[in-house]
Design a protein around this ligand. Structure first.
Ligand SMILES: *Cc1c(COP(=O)(O)O)cnc(C)c1O
Length: 812
């Protein structure tokens, strides 16, 4: 493993600083000091990176490529220092210069190239692949603007652009020599050459895809894998300017901009699909560049021929966004490498595997045929042929069952259904938690499951404990090391040993102290950034995630509104003092979600300014939720709110982050919450709400009436009235959208149905929290059983269960 002593580090750092900034260390700004540290760290990494690549090329071992439209990496410096194993040395060395490492780390801009859970999962997977010695690389888009920055102005979300590249990004290296050409539009003509069909693509627009490589550092194993992000550029920079030469300088600029637009911005939609042509362009752009570069590299260094590609390469697609990998690989094998259909199909469908992330109907991608065909004429022909052959197979098996066949068809009703293409063209389809996979198999994709049951499997999501425990919560990490030894760092399930200490009085006291210390830090952050004073001795009740109707921030908000009413009626009401913390972004076009943010902020404003209740409750809506903010909030949480409508949250991953940091979960039996319950036992989690059966019955048979819920229950009536009666805001119309969704449109997420069950569960939380020993033991049990939710476990399952054996686990 990489080793460096403090004195060498100090010397390297000072030299680096002077070389970079042309002045002495003591003259530098804090940002100068961060830049020098990041740059030095990168230098250490680069040598290992080269060696890792040399080794892969030499051994020819199987390479995994994880294709994802999003990688939500967050900050990279702290994680790099941890994985290099030099964080302590670095901290001490810097403190000799009177520099505080933590404050330098905070100067780094988040790399926010993702919306939420899906993009963060991709980032956790990269960390785990490198740490488990798996040659696994990321492939995605280098968006110039990441996920938008959120401001809250007058209680409303305001979006501003995330120009994260305003300072030089020390973590990326541009590889111009590895650029690829991607083609859009044009015509395809078919030529018959001695009985062989050839496809001639002409009149296309060619775009240059330029890769930027980011190192992905394994934990203390000298492995450095690659995240390759593609950026769009005009193909012939100089040339094209001259081709517009007849004085049309502006046209030339416009042309350049239209090309660069492809990698300009991340679509800020989570679990929602919009059929925008630019998005389809983005998808083909990075997939085509990625597959071309894999093939080029394999031909240069791979052991064997393209016939063996499926044994040497695994390509994984994160949701349907990179599904065009299937027809693109077919195209290259047939049109460029001369393989026939059958051989190309065998190679392709044995190389590509697919993860489904959602069953929300509004999130399933389908592209209008007309748009698809025009933008990608050759790819469309291949998709048509894949579909023709697939439907043929279906006809042979399901004779005369036209309904079933058209239901399963890849192309139907004028659309290309990406999930169907992904299932048909891959050898493995996995869901992301047990319940989700069961629903996929038995409900959403049941026709495909019964057609090909062995293709389907479950891989419950995970999170990297290196970022979410060691990075985010060093105090807890040190305490775990002290108590059960350091083995859990490489074998996270060893944390189970901590369960034996759950009833130990001194362990409970330490856990409490660590939590309190994290809560004080968060309280200080809240004071500085949002001007609100919160009491670290209150219970920190936290719901942080994208704002979405199915995640039910409204349920949480209504419960607070109800509590406020009860406190007004009875100021002596005996409750545990709480600080309610929310954070999350709403998609800019998602009106209901934005209105929910307004409601939460209005409730917060009213309650926080009511001295009669402020000893007992406070509400904070924290601005601009992102990875680095999650790292500050989660270690300070006492209670983790995971309250989605059962069946709607495929897995969730913040539920795992909270548990690993010793929060207790209040949850519906949805997604991975079920598996968390199975790990910690019913007595260490608080479960409420409709069951899967009840929810599915409502969807199938109907019978839910929000109006009946209101008319039959004065408390529900009161809180729903309070949304629109001016109690929280003089403008009665302000939260109309939330009210109408809940009442007029008979809320498909059953907030009011789960309301009383949720209130009861919250009363239970109060009672448990009052019993210090009981609560601390619950925290300890949650920490102890969180190891299985490390993404190391998930990635081992992908490696052995999907990508194939042949991986060496030197760490295990
Ligand atoms: C983990 C994470 C998420 C996912 O949260 P869920 O509660 O699982 O939806 C979203 N955003 C950020 C910044 C995260 O770190």
């Amino acid at each position: 493993m990489f080793n460096i002593d403090k004195e060498t580090f100090k010397k390297d750092y000072e030299e680096k600083f002077i070389e970079m900034h042309g002045k002495d260390l003591h003259e530098g700004t804090d940002y100068n000091k961060y830049e020098a540290l990041a740059s030095l760290t990168r230098d250490y990494v680069v040598k290992m990176w080269i060696n890792t690549n040399k080794k892969y090329n030499f051994t020819g071992e199987k390479q995994v490529y994880y294709f994802s439209m999003e990688f939500l990496l967050g900050r990279l410096l702290g994680n790099a220092l941890i994985n290099l194993g030099i964080k302590d040395i670095c901290r001490e060395a810097l403190s000799d210069f009177n520099i505080n490492l933590d404050s330098l780390e905070e100067l780094e801009e988040d790399q926010g190239l993702g919306n939420g859970g899906l993009g963060r999962l991709a980032a956790c997977f990269l960390d785990s692949m490198a740490s488990l010695n798996i040659p696994g690389h990321g492939c995605g888009i280098r968006y110039k603007y990441g996920f938008f920055q959120q401001k809250i102005v007058n209680g409303k979300q305001i979006e501003t652009s995330d120009y994260w590249l305003k300072n030089a990004n020390v973590w990326e290296i541009k590889k111009s020599d590895k650029a690829q050409v991607v083609r859009f539009g044009g015509e395809v003509t078919t030529i018959n050459e001695d009985g062989h069909l050839r496809f001639n693509h002409t009149g296309y627009e060619a775009i240059l895809a330029v890769p930027y490589d980011i190192p992905v550092i394994g934990y203390e194993n000298e492995v450095v894998n690659t995240l390759r992000l593609w950026s769009a550029e005009p193909l012939y920079d100089e040339f094209d300017f001259s081709s517009f030469s007849r004085g049309d300088y502006l046209k030339a600029i416009e042309y350049k901009n239209s090309i660069e637009a492809i990698s300009q911005v991340l679509y800020p939609d989570d679990s929602f699909y919009e059929g925008k042509i630019l998005r389809l362009k983005q998808q083909y752009f990075f997939v085509s560049a990625g597959i071309q570069s894999i093939i080029r590299h394999f031909k240069a260094y791979g052991k064997g021929t393209l016939k063996d590609l499926d044994e040497k390469i695994a390509i994984h697609i994160n949701d349907t966004h990179p599904t065009l990998a299937i027809p693109e690989l077919m195209r290259i094998l047939m049109d460029e490498e001369g393989y026939g259909w059958n051989e190309a199909w065998r190679i392709t469908s044995n190389t590509i595997s697919y993860t489904n992330h959602t069953i929300l109907a509004e999130a399933l991608e389908k592209w209008p045929v007309e748009m698809f065909e025009k933008l990608l004429p050759r790819i469309y022909m291949i998709v048509e042929e894949i579909n023709r052959r697939f439907c043929q197979e279906l006809w042979n098996k399901y004779i005369g069952q036209w309904d079933k066949i058209s239901k399963m068809s890849i192309i139907a009703d004028g659309y290309v259904r990406m999930a169907h293409l992904a299932i048909v063209g891959s050898y493995s389809v996995n869901g992301v938690a047990k319940l989700h996979t069961e629903i996929l198999k038995k409900q959403e994709m049941s026709d495909f499951y019964y057609f090909n049951p062995t293709k389907f499997n479950n891989k419950t999501n995970g999170i990297t404990h290196r970022r979410w425990l060691m990075g985010a919560n060093p105090e807890l990490t040190d305490f775990l090391k002290e108590t059960i030894g350091s083995g859990f760092i490489k074998h996270p399930t060893d944390m189970e040993a901590f369960a034996a200490y759950a009833m130990d009085k001194s362990v409970q006291e330490r856990l409490h102290q660590i939590k309190l210390s994290n809560k004080k830090k968060l309280a200080e952050y809240i004071k500085i950034n949002q001007g609100i004073s919160v009491n670290p001795d209150s219970l920190f009740d936290v719901q942080v995630k994208r704002i979405h109707a199915y995640k039910r921030q409204t349920l949480n908000c209504l419960r607070i509104m109800d509590l406020y009413r009860r406190l007004i009626e009875n100021p002596n009401l005996d409750i545990v003092p709480r600080t309610f913390i929310f954070a999350g972004k709403a998609a800019p076009g998602y009106y209901l979600a934005k209105n929910t943010i307004e409601l939460i902020n209005a409730v917060a404003n009213k309650i926080n300014n009511d001295p009669k209740v402020n000893e007992k409750i406070k509400i904070v809506f924290m601005h601009n939720y992102r990875v680095s903010l999650a790292e500050t909030i989660i270690p300070a949480a006492d209670l983790s709110e995971q309250i989605s409508t059962t069946t709607k949250e495929a897995s969730g991953t913040s539920n795992m982050k909270f548990m690993m940091n010793g929060a207790v979960t209040i949850a519906t039996l949805d997604g991975a919450n079920i598996e968390i319950r199975d790990e910690v036992g019913d007595e260490n989690i608080i479960i409420f709400g409709l069951t899967e059966r009840e929810v599915l019955d409502y969807y199938q048979k109907g019978g839910y009436s929000a109006t009946d819920m209101i008319n039959g229950d004065y408390r529900i009536k009161q809180v729903t009235d309070d949304i629109v009666n001016g109690f929280y805001c003089g403008d009665k119309e302000r939260f109309r959208a939330v009210y109408e969704h809940l009442v007029t449109y008979n809320d498909e997420f059953f907030v009011l149905k789960d309301f009383h069950s949720y209130l009861k569960a919250q009363d239970k939380v109060d009672n448990l929290y009052r019993d210090f020993s009981k609560w601390q033991s619950m925290c300890a049990v949650n920490i102890a059983h969180s190891g299985i939710f490390s993404s190391d476990r998930t990635i081992q399952e992908y490696a052995t269960g999907i990508w194939g054996s042949g991986f060496l686990y030197k760490n295990l």
